[in-house]
Design a binder for this molecule. Structure first.
Ligand code: UTP
Length: 319
């Protein structure tokens, strides 16, 4: 029997180069998705799974993140004076979410290194990792079943999602096998590879930004050298755990997720998240949906007018 997961680590110290220049002065996790920063959705997801102790791993632009989860007395008093209780509640909500702690990564040496920064805070119980730019739609809960899977099988648990074959080279990829008696979305992870070369992926199952990790991962991360892209990769440490299920904390299980997920660090996915969550918004969702539907049928929406006045510069190199 393993301990219930009580702590979550949210790495938010990456450079966010895919979203430059927006992420030059603020972390990508602070970019708004509809009307709140991406990272607030992630913290709310942890809370819904019963995790109230949250450690954020931040980088050089940490001030905005810390301020967002702190009280803002002047703003609160101004709203109170105006009697604007609805906005006051919104401002206070992010400061009242769980018990949020911060630690600095110092240098963005990779996701594995960011997780290693949480070692002292986490201690010796299994813990969750939620990437701060990866949104899982509230309608399709995932973390609860990952925690249950960890309690049942021990070791570590990764979230997997089927992606088109021509996309798998952008992700960590898992080779899996079935587990006797388990639901078909719960699988044994036999091997893992970070961003496999095109044509060399062992499957089309991509690792997405939710993990439940055995604390023994820290010992492995301590000796994991730079891997793909010169970064210390969490995938490499998990590969070592998957390869030796008998070691303490060893073995990796996958939960295959079929729900809605948005990588808000990717510009196209970010726009999709805005639309899918925007049409559901209580204040303006219905109006937005009506506008979107009529716009899609317009000349501009059908792409008949756009070529002459493109809004953004295309990227010359890579995506
Ligand atoms: P990404 O792979 O999206 O990297 O990180 P990135 O560097 O932030 O983004 P791009 O590719 O340059 O646009 C996945 C998650 O891990 C965190 C990021 O903040 C993100 O939540 N991360 C990554 C760290 O905390 N530290 C790192 O050194 C690298």
């Amino acid at each position: 029997m393993t301990a219930r997961v009580r702590k979550a680590v949210i790495p938010a110290a990456g450079l966010g180069t895919r979203f430059l220049p927006s992420t030059k002065a603020i972390p990508k996790e602070m970019l708004p998705v509809v009307d709140k920063p991406a990272i607030q959705y992630v913290v709310e997801e942890a809370e819904r799974a019963g995790i109230h102790d949250i450690l954020m791993v931040t980088g050089r632009n940490k001030a905005a993140l810390e301020d967002h989860f702190d009280r803002h007395w002047e703003l609160e008093q101004a709203l109170e004076r105006k009697g604007d209780h609805m906005r006051l509640r919104r401002v206070q909500k992010s400061a009242n979410l769980g018990n949020v702690h911060f630690i600095r990564q110092g240098e963005p040496r990779g996701l594995g290194h960011a997780v290693l920064c949480a070692k002292t805070h986490v201690g010796d119980a299994p813990f969750a990792v939620l990437l701060g730019d990866d949104l899982i739609d509230q309608r399709d809960p995932l973390l609860d079943s990952m925690i249950e899977t960890q309690e049942r099988y021990g070791g570590s648990v990764v979230a997997l999602m089927e992606v088109p074959e021509d996309q798998i080279h952008l992700y960590g990829c898992a080779a899996v096998s079935s587990i006797d008696g388990a639901d078909e979305q719960i699988v044994r992870v036999d091997s893992l590879v970070e961003k496999p070369a095109i044509g060399e992926a062992p499957s089309n199952l991509a690792i997405i930004g939710r993990y439940v990790l055995a604390p023994e991962i820290f010992e492995v991360l301590q000796h994991t050298g730079p891997g793909r892209g010169g970064e210390i990769q969490l995938t490499d440490a998990l590969l070592e755990m998957a390869a030796d299920p008998q070691r303490p904390g060893g073995g990796v299980t996958g939960v295959i997720f079929g729900g809605r997920r948005y990588d808000t660090g990717d510009r196209l996915d970010y726009l999709k998240a805005m639309v899918r969550l925007g049409v559901r918004h209580g204040d303006f969702g219905a109006d937005f949906r009506a506008w979107l539907t009529s716009w899609i049928d317009s000349d501009e929406g059908r792409g008949r007018l756009v070529d002459a006045d493109r809004a953004g510069e295309p990227e010359q190199h890579g995506g």
